[in-house]
Write a protein that binds this ligand. Sequence first.
Ligand SMILES: Cc1cc2nc3c(=O)[nH]c(=O)nc-3n(C[C@H](O)[C@H](O)[C@H](O)COP(=O)(O)OP(=O)(O)OC[C@H]3O[C@@H](n4cnc5c(N)ncnc54)[C@H](O)[C@@H]3O)c2cc1C
Length: 563
Amino acid sequence: MKSNQFDAIVVGSGISGGWAAKELCEKGLKTLVLERGRQVEHLKDYPTMTSPAWEMPHRNQRTLADRQANPIANRCYAYQEDTAHFFVKDSEHPYIQSKPFDWIRGYQVGGKSLIWARQTQRWSRYDFEGPARDGFAVDWPIRYEDIAPWYSHVERFVGISGSYEGLDTLPDGEFLPAWEMNCVEKEIQKRILDAYGDRRFIIGRCAHLTEPQAQHLAQGRGKCMARNQCYRGCPFGGYFSSNSSTLPTAALTGNLTLRPDSVVHSLIWDEEKGKATGVRVVDRLTKEAKEYFAPLIFLNAACLNTNLILLNSTSRRFPEGMGNEHGILGKYIAFHNYRGSLSAGFEGFEDKTYFGRRPTAVMLPNFRNVKRQETDFLRGYMSFYTAGRAGWGSQRDMPLGADFKEANSELGPWSVYMMMQGETIPKESNRVSLSPDRKDEWGVPLLDIQVGYDDNDEKLLQDFLQQGEEMLTKAGCTRIRKSDSGQAPGLDIHEMGGVRMGRDPQTSLLNGYNQMHYAPNVFVTDGAAMTSTGTQNPSITYMALTARAVDYAVKELKKGNIS
Ligand SMILES: Cc1cc2nc3c(=O)[nH]c(=O)nc-3n(C[C@H](O)[C@H](O)[C@H](O)COP(=O)(O)OP(=O)(O)OC[C@H]3O[C@@H](n4cnc5c(N)ncnc54)[C@H](O)[C@@H]3O)c2cc1C
C-alpha cells in the first residue's frame, strides 16, 4: 500500500497532464503520472527528427498497405512515415462509430503534445459569455478575467510568439517576437482591411521559441529554426511539448513518479468514506492489475478518454459513472467545424521570395455574431490563410537528380489557401457511451461515439465559403475555388465536452475550478471540461484551466477541505 500511495495522481501525460504534473510537483506534492503509452524521452526517442526523406524506406510517403491498415490515422494530415510512430494504430485501439467520427490519438508519454500544430490563441470575453447570451449549453462558471492571469502564467513558461494587436475578440498575451507575414500575405491583409474596415488578419500566435528567455533555456530548449518538421519531435525543443518542457520541469523537483504503460481502467470510489480514493490500472504489457491511491486525482487523458474513464468508474453510489448524478456525463460533446477551405492564385510579386518554413498561418478572429446575433446561425468561425510560392517544398511531384535541383531553383507562382475553424453547439444528442458487450485488450469497454453535424454547422460552413470567396476577391486573388471536405467530426482533433463546467450541479459535472460537484477530490482539466468550444485552438485554454485548478486544489487540500 505504501508504495502505491501518493499526494496526487494525474491520469495522462499529454498537454494538460504535463501541466498538472508540473504545477503539483512544484507545489511540493508527491505526484504519480499514469500514462497508458510507452516512454518517449525528449531527443532520445525522436528517431526521425533529423532524417532527410531520402533516408526513409518510402521517402516519407504513406504506403498503400498502411493506408489500408490505418484508414483513420491516415486521414490526419500530420500522419506520415516520419511521424507514424506517434499516432495510435486503428486496429490496436478500436472504438464504435455509431456516427462517423475520426478519433485521432497519440498514446505515449507526451500524448498529442508531440504532434500538435501549436496554434495558441486566448479566448475572449465573448467566448465565455456566448452560451448565456445565445441560450445554448449552460453558462460558463468563469469569465475571461478569471482565467487571464493563468493564460499569462502559461504563456510565459511555454513561450508563445505573437504580435500585440489590442483586439478585444482575440486578447493579447505574454508574447515572444512574432513571425512575419510574407509580402503577399501583407498585401492581402491590407486589401481586406481597406475593403471591410474591421477585418484585421494578424500573424498566428504559436508555441514556438522565436527568442528563448532564461526560463526556456533553463528547460534545455532553444530557438525555433523554422524547419517545420515539428511533428517528428524537435532537436532544439523549439516548440512546446510535455516531453521537452513540463515533464522535465516536474521531474527536477524530485516529486514526480512517471509510470508509462499504465492503462487507467477506472477510478475507485470508497463507499464507506464516500469519496474517490484512487485509480485501477492495467499494465499495458503484462496485463497485471494494480491500484494507486491519493487524496487528489486529476483526469487528463484527453477529452473522450476522460469521459470513458468516468463512465467506467461505477459504484453503488454512482452506477452510471463517477459524479454522474443527473445523467449528463458523456453528453454535450462538441468539436470544431473544419470542413470549409478555399484556394486561389495571386498575380504579381514574382520578384519576391521568403525565408524558411514558418510554423504558423495568418488568422482572422471571428467576426460573426460577436457582439450581437446577426445571422440565421449561432456563433461563428476563425479564418486562416497562407500565401506561398510553388517550387519550394513541393518535391513530391518533381523529377530526380539534376532535373530535381534545377526545378527547385525555379520558383513558381504565388497561391493562397484559406480555411475555417468553426464553433459547434454542444447538444445532448452528441454523446459518447460505453459498449455493453465489447471490450479492448485491457478489459476496458469500447467507447461508442455518437457525434454529428447539424443545420447550424451547415449554415456556418456556407457562410464561411461565401465570405471567404468575397474576401479573396476583394484581395485581388484569381482562380478562387471553394471546397467542402465533407470530413467527419474528430479530424479537427479539438473534441470537447462531456464533463462540462457549469454553475448548477444539476446541469453540469464540474464547478468553476474544474472540480467534480459530487466527487470533490477529482478534477477534470482537459477538453472534457469545456462547456462550449469557441473558435480558437483550444489547448492553451486547457493549460490555463489546469494551472488554475491545481492552485485551487492544493489550497483546498491544505485547508483540509479535500482529504
Ligand atoms: C495534428 C494535430 C494538430 C493539432 N493542432 C493543434 C493546435 O494547433 N492547437 C491546439 O490548441 N491544439 C491542437 N491539437 C490538439 C491538441 O493536441 C490537444 O488539444 C491536446 O493535446 C489535448 O491535451 P490533453 O492533455 O487533453 O490530451 P493529450 O495530449 O492527447 O494527452 C492525453 C494522454 O492521456 C493518455 N491516456 C489516454 N487514456 C489513458 C488511460 N486510460 N490511462 C492512462 N493514460 C491515458 C494518452 O496516452 C495521452 O498521452 C492538434 C492535435 C493534432 C493531433
